[in-house]
Write a protein that binds this ligand. Sequence first.
Ligand SMILES: [Zn+2]
Length: 287
Amino acid sequence: MPLPTGPKHVHCYVAHGTLFDTGLGLGETPWESVGVERIAITHFHPDHVGGAEVAARATGAPVFQGGLDYAQCERVWGSDDWPERMAAWFVRHGVPANVAEDLIVQGHAFAPFIRYAIDPDLLYEGSEVGGWQVLELPGHADGHLGFLRDGVLIAGDHLLRRITPAVGLYPESRPDPLGDYLASLERTIELAPRVVYPGHGEPIRDAAARAQELIEHHRIRLDDHTAALSTEPHTAYEVSLAVFGRELAPIQRRFAVAETLSHLERLVREGRAARSGDDNRVSYTSP
Ligand SMILES: [Zn+2]
């Protein structure tokens, strides 16, 4: 399915009657004609869940989504004040007010287009759907699911060939998403699926090697973040300027600050950084 931005496409797969992910739900969809008996969602990001309601209506098929993922989906796309809460949280982490304002405007513009399915059947680790085993693979999203059958893993954005999946810390989310992600990558290495069908890009036949590569990538990024810290307190925004550079559009800055925060919180847990501050301002130092 086409996307207006980023990788310009997202993959939806139909296998054994299950449709995995639904695209943004804009424009024409082929779902009536491809034999969809049920719909399963890997995670609540717009390009995966945004067309779920359209697909369900076109096919009459039930929608399955992770329990935690659906809770976050509702909180983010189903509440009027989420962009404001998100912006306030970014301001706490040092993002200038005018940059945070842009986030509010963009947040409100985007939400109406995300037509997720209301009250889906909820899935958890150990659930089964259409003969596929449900795995919880948190990291890129807290409630990210994978679907495993005969060595085939439908992986959403957990594992991508060329793109490094974004791992950000956001308000009201699990506290250590990068720790979650590194554990999910280790689990992928143990599972050693025969082939991974990702949300973007080509199928991955050396999943364990790719997972190892991503673990190494984040080890280096953690070192980069350590190098940007000192005994002087710095906000996550300031650290993101050092790590990601100063020339980023507001939307990219949001991802950069969230990514910086996931690394800083991992460093806090590894004893390599310290967090201080209050409800107004949070900052980080080297320990
Ligand atoms: Zn995603």
